[in-house]
Design a protein around this ligand. Structure first.
Ligand code: E4P
Length: 225
């Protein structure tokens, strides 16, 4: 499963990109709004931080078909290769996905709450579909179950589209989908850090250092005479 950072906090992206095996960054207009500056600057800086080989997902904001096409081209001009344009999985979005595919622009059908939205986005030509796990959970449905169903639909119909599972609030939601073999997940920086934030891990590591120091008086192998 590829792992993306669902965030526009540059410092957090720098840290995760350096220390964690991440595959790129996903954004949406609300995430960009949190950065409180020109969204083009934020997106450009994300591209500079992660380099041209990792993927950035950026969302078209305009809700008209013509506007989606314009937004998509503007995003591609801004961010270059390895960019995927997110479009809402609605009838207008489906039309834009089909048109952009013809232009060679990769799209992601986002705002997916139901398997049938994902099916239609994939059929329209989206390369990814982004179901919102935690938001579905909050509605009283099974977010992980919806993603598994979407994965089955894509696989069983031989559709050329990958799941980009999104909207996670805890490690368990991600873990279940990794186990199921879902292709991609995107999580806020804090959720990713939570994967390894565990007092037992920290304690075990410190015990090793303490035991070594008690034996040698040193805290690293390279310090030994
Ligand atoms: C990704 O496509 C979504 O925009 C994002 O993951 C939504 O996350 P949220 O439910 O935490 O806002």
């Amino acid at each position: 499963m590829k792992l993306f950072i669902d965030d526009a906090n540059i410092e957090a992206i720098k840290e995760l990109n350096e220390y964690y095996p991440i595959d790129g960054v996903t954004t949406n207009p609300s995430i960009l709004a949190k950065a409180k500056r020109d969204p083009r600057e934020t997106l450009k800086e994300i591209r500079d931080v992660i380099g041209e080989d990792k993927i950035i997902f950026a969302q078209a904001v305009d809700l008209s078909y013509e506007g989606m096409i314009r937004d998509a081209h503007m995003i591609m001009d801004l961010l270059g290769k390895n960019t995927v344009v997110k479009l809402p999985s609605t009838p207008t979005g489906f039309k834009a996905m089909a048109a952009l595919k013809k232009d060679g622009i990769l799209t992601c059908g986002t705002v997916v709450y139901t398997p049938m939205q994902a099916y239609l986005a994939a059929k329209a030509g989206a390369s990814y579909v982004a179901p919102y796990v935690n938001r579905i959970d909050n509605m009283g449905y099974d977010g992980v179950g919806v993603v598994k169903k979407i994965q089955n639909i894509l696989e069983n119909n031989g559709m050329d589209c990958e799941v980009l599972a999104a909207s996670f609030k805890n490690s368990m939601q991600v873990l279940e989908l990794a186990e199921y073999g879902v292709g991609n997940a995107t999580c806020a920086a804090d959720v990713i850090k939570g994967f390894v934030k565990n007092a037992a891990i920290d304690g075990a590591i410190q015990d090793f250092v303490n035991d070594f120091e008690a034996l040698t008086g040193k805290t690293s192998m390279s310090e030994l005479d």
